[in-house]
Write a protein that binds this ligand. Structure first.
Ligand SMILES: [Zn+2]
Length: 231
């Protein structure tokens, strides 16, 4: 990438380069494919025996996923501005997966450089501004998000607990005003065989399963059981 004289192009170049550095970092994580710690939050509802009260509680579930799984399953539909295709580049602006981020960061830069050749025309400036906005979107809504997923997660439990407590207060207020309200739980069942009368265990792959296995074709037993057990 050559040195740019146009200040907008200079800024676009700076961000595209920052994106390249994140690509290097993310690709390194993919190659080593280490297990990355992840935190999920499970909200559990309980109601009082007389069905008059309902409260929600949030629990933290720590597990880990391979870096490549995290990168490959990342999705965010990023709305990019489609810039008129003056040079027949046929850029595909659809941006949803990590591979789209990488492709667009590279391909948009090549096209932006062609626009820069227009010099200081108002048209060229306007289009370069759009490219700059697109590079920023790739950075903020794409690369930085993937980078964050691969970093050591910090717990949001306190924050989520506070929100859940607010919801509990609202439920309580509602029940105090509407005295004929009753709370009931839907029966929790094994997500594979549908049985409800046995202990159910949440596995790290997300399945809630009973112990009446084997459950052929189910991933449940390949997952590691986690602490939440429903009886
Ligand atoms: Zn089952």
């Amino acid at each position: 990438m050559s040195a740019q004289s146009n200040p907008v192009m200079k800024e676009a170049h700076r961000i595209a380069k920052a994106n390249d550095q994140l690509i290097t970092k993310i690709d390194t994580a993919r190659k080593t494919n280490a297990q990355m710690p992840t935190i999920e939050y499970i909200v559990i509802s309980t109601h009082s025996p007389d069905s008059k009260k309902l409260s929600l509680n949030v629990r933290e579930h720590k597990s880990s996923k391979p870096a490549s799984t995290i990168i490959n399953s990342w999705r965010n539909l990023i709305e990019l501005t489609v810039i008129p295709d003056l040079f027949n580049d046929n850029l595909n602006y659809k941006c949803e997966k990590y591979s789209d981020l990488v492709r667009l960061n590279k391909e948009m830069f090549v096209v932006a450089q062609k626009f820069e050749l227009f010099g200081d025309s108002a048209r060229a400036k306007a289009e370069l501004e759009k490219f700059l906005t697109n590079f920023q979107s790739l950075h903020n809504n794409g690369f930085k998000q993937v980078e964050k997923l691969l970093a050591e997660p910090h717990s949001d439990l306190q924050q989520i607990s506070k929100k859940v407590n607010d919801i509990n207060c609202q439920i309580e207020n509602m029940a105090n005003i509407n005295l004929n309200t009753r709370f009931q739980s839907a029966q929790i069942t094994c997500e594979y065989c549908g049985k409800a009368d046995t202990p159910l265990t949440r596995y790290s792959d997300g399945y809630l399963c009973c112990t009446n296995g084997p459950h052929p074709n189910s991933n449940a037993y390949q997952g590691q059981p986690v602490t939440d057990t429903y009886t």
